[in-house]
Design a protein around this ligand. Structure first.
Ligand code: GLU
Length: 304
């Protein structure tokens, strides 16, 4: 399979979709990003790398970080996390408060904001220096010590975190948040502001592609069963209220972020990350979704 040819062709074809989406602007620092960028990085488990467009440009991973924090917490408390957060698709926007009231502060899944806040809260309880621990974990996954928080984006998100604060306080009132909400929001806004390229992210997701073991250094990050579960959650919940549509179109476990990135993989085969900042109305990269649909169609491979 000539992956380079496939991704270069997709890159060329997608340029006609510029302008159909909109960059996230509820975090002011994100609104400053040049919308007309597109990158794709595809890395096979046997170590071949294929890059196209802006695959080396760093961007804000936003909600893709929720996979990293869930993996970190799962390593420590395993199934214990499911006492605090569910694992069903929400069918609601990423920052919805409505469902939480019905479900008494127990978020539907770890990838909507409420669920991710609970996961980060438990991470804070587990690690004395959570922000350092997150960076160290992510650097280890992708083998790049040059991964940092984008301080401007973290600050901007913290300054506009009213909705996430509301979610956290609401869950605390039900006893589902253990730590101080200000500390929780500081760590959460930093994890969302991790700055990585498509190439870094495609490497960082290789451990999931490889049943929990990082092929870059042989480290077992998660057990086979934990990796299976994380992948299943990405497939069913990774794209908010568009998760079903992404599974239908691309047929891959994946996770999106409002920075315009999408990390996805074919188990036992390859990891692929796309990035394009213009979002559709569900908060997922418009061109990124299209690129992954075309990729799995063109290569005739997905998880199905
Ligand atoms: N930092 C974003 C927020 O909490 C994450 C949302 C996303 O990437 O979907 O609003």
């Amino acid at each position: 399979m000539d992956y380079q040819k496939v991704i270069d062709r997709i890159h060329g074809e997608l340029l006609e979709l510029w302008g159909q989406g909109k960059v996230a602007d509820y975090i002011p620092a994100l609104a400053k990003v040049n919308p007309r960028q597109f990158g794709i990085a595809l890395i096979t488990l046997d170590g071949q790398e294929f890059l196209s467009g802006d695959a080396g440009v760093c961007f804000s991973v936003q909600s893709i970080s929720k996979v990293f924090t869930l993996a970190m917490v799962t390593r420590h408390i395993g199934d214990g996390i499911w006492k605090a957060v569910g694992r069903e698709p929400s069918g609601n926007p990423f920052n919805s408060l409505v469902q939480l009231e019905h479900e008494q502060g127990f978020p539907r899944n770890p990838f909507i904001n409420a669920g991710a806040l609970v996961v980060t809260d438990r991470l804070i309880s587990l690690y004395p220096h959570p922000k350092d621990a997150i960076l160290e974990f992510v650097r280890g996954l992708c083998g790049n010590d040059d991964i940092y928080y984008d301080k401007e984006i973290a600050r901007s998100e913290l300054d506009h975190a009213d909705r996430n604060m509301a979610l956290a306080y609401f869950m605390k009132s039900f006893g589902n948040i253990e730590n101080d909400v200000d500390i929780l929001l500081d760590v959460y806004c930093h994890q969302c502001a991790i700055s990585m390229s498509c190439e870094d992210l495609a490497r960082a997701f290789l451990f999931l592609c490889n049943r929990g073991t990082n092929p870059l250094n042989g480290e077992q990050v998660l057990t086979v069963s934990q990796a299976k579960r994380l992948g299943a959650l990405m497939l069913t919940c990774g794209f908010y209220d568009e998760s079903g549509d992404f599974a239908f179109r691309a047929g891959l476990p994946g996770k999106s972020g409002v920075g315009g990135g999408i990390a996805a993989y074919i188990p036992g085969n390859l990891s692929v990350t796309v990035w394009s900042p213009e979002l559709n109305r569900h908060g997922n990269s418009l061109i990124g979704m299209e690129a992954l649909e075309r990729l799995t169609t063109d290569i005739g491979n997905s998880i199905f």
